[in-house]
Design a protein around this ligand. Structure first.
Ligand code: GKR
Ligand code: MG
Length: 428
């Protein structure tokens, strides 16, 4: 089969550029976001000079792994997805690198191969779209929706980073603060669903925040996600208090067995991006009856092609499908939008951290992605439909070099501010 491939569609080179962009002090159960978030921008270039874009985590171990994989994919045909995956899996199996997946201790180290594969998969989808003159969503089976709804992602936050000035969002540490943040995010972006990042304050305070949101936004589907901060008993107490209010309860407690125990005693649907984060977790999740909804994320499910495989599992198993997000830039947002547009099973507004980054900090040229009524129109230009801005890439790379942060470390940052802070899961 290799003989039928066109030499010009082989990967000639790969460029991986770590970047850093400003991030506000967003609180979660493992600490607080540092002043700079890291990503890596991947450019895959074919023999004929077509460039495909991918975006992934920027932690140093992941970058090292990406560099090894980049060598392994040289010469691979951009249409040969089996070969691409085999090359990446082989390189990851032999690279001997440990740790560093950009999730700040909130997921396991499984599916490393899929995490490394993801940006190569996205970049080759981008290239195939450009070669064929069709948007990525067409290559993923075709759009089933022209616009993709996203949720407004609310965070408890400090007014500004310690020692810095108050940021444009200000403080949100109470139900009133969360409602004010929600009002602003809804008024600015038009989001029609809201998610609260919880596990920061005592569960009763976070229940109060959700009830306050319900009062202010009677029709918005609401979710709460403490990243496994609660025991089974606490999860059930929260579930009971919010049973008439929530659309779904996200990762209330750690682990598949705990989730299954919660699920046995509540009618609220349970969603996860923590206990089912790899294909190898699916069988056990089904055996235990642990979840109702899987929050897919192409960054750790192996890219766009393999996220469609996950969607097939979800459909077969009767699981709902929504989408998880970390701090990210525009290449990721474009990829998420094409994927959600072409995945019929995505039945909920997808998460995005997008509003938390500065408008003038991205690696893509402005204009391709803008929210209308909480949704993004699916780009229709070939491939991902976004263009790299080389000057902006250089600027954010310089910020990475000067910023000094090499790993996401929410806990370490919190402990520098509050030396008594202890990492606990579950916490309450
Ligand atoms: O950015 O603090 C955060 C989030 O908590 C993120 O790291 C999670 O991975 O958003 C994520 C989630 O839904 O669990
Ligand atoms: Mg989550």
């Amino acid at each position: 089969p290799a003989a039928t491939r066109l030499a010009e569609n082989a990967v000639r080179s790969v460029r991986i550029t770590p970047v850093a962009f400003h991030d506000p002090p967003l609180l979660n159960t493992v600490g607080v976001h540092e002043p700079l978030a890291l990503r890596a921008i991947v450019q895959v270039i074919t023999e004929s000079g077509v460039v495909g874009l991918g975006e992934t985590y920027g932690d140093s171990a992941h970058l090292q792994r990406m560099e090894v994989a980049a060598d392994a994919v040289l010469g691979c045909d951009v249409f040969a997805t089996n070969d691409l995956r085999a090359r990446v899996e082989r390189s990851v199996a032999g690279d001997g690198i440990r740790g560093g997946h950009g999730m700040s201790g909130m997921v396991t180290g499984t599916s490393t191969g899929d995490r490394v594969l993801s940006p190569f998969d996205v970049a080759t989808v981008d290239i195939r779209g450009k070669l064929l003159g069709v948007p990525a969503s067409e290559l993923l089976g075709g759009r089933v929706r022209d616009a993709v709804p996203f949720s407004g992602y609310l965070f408890y936050k400090w007014a500004g980073h310690p020692g810095g000035s108050v940021d444009e969002w200000g403080e949100a540490l109470t139900p009133e603060g969360i409602v004010a943040q929600a009002r602003r995010i809804v008024d600015t972006y038009g989001f029609t669903a809201l998610k609260l990042k919880a596990g920061v304050f005592a569960p009763d305070d976070e229940i109060a925040a959700i009830l306050a949101l319900r009062e202010e936004f009677p029709d918005h589907p609401l979710r709460i996600d403490p990243n496994g901060a609660w025991t089974v008993d606490t999860s059930l107490r929260v579930a009971d208090a919010l049973k008439d209010v929530l659309e779904y309860l996200e990762d209330p407690t750690p682990g598949l067995a705990g989730m299954a125990e919660v699920r046995r005693h509540t009618d609220l649907p349970l969603a996860t991006n923590m206990c089912v984060v790899a294909f190898s977790h699916i069988a056990e999740a089904v055996r235990l009856g642990a979840i109702d909804i899987v929050l897919s994320d192409h960054h750790f499910w192996g890219g766009l092609e393999r996220s469609r495989l996950l969607a097939g599992f979800a459909e077969t198993l009767g699981w709902g499908l929504s989408m998880h997000s970390n701090s990210h830039l525009g290449i990721s947002l474009a990829a998420m939008t094409h994927l959600a547009a072409a995945t019929p099973g995505v039945g909920y507004a997808c998460d995005t951290h997008w509003p938390w980054k500065r408008e003038d900090e991205d690696v893509i040229a402005p204009g391709a992605l803008s929210f209308v009524d909480g949704s993004l129109a699916v780009p229709t230009a070939p491939g991902l439909g976004v263009d790299l801005d080389p000057e902006a890439l250089a600027r954010l790379h310089r910020q990475y070099l000067d910023g000094g942060i090499r790993e996401r470390d929410d806990t370490g940052y919190m402990q520098r501010v509050d030396p008594g802070y202890v990492l606990e899961s579950p916490r309450w």
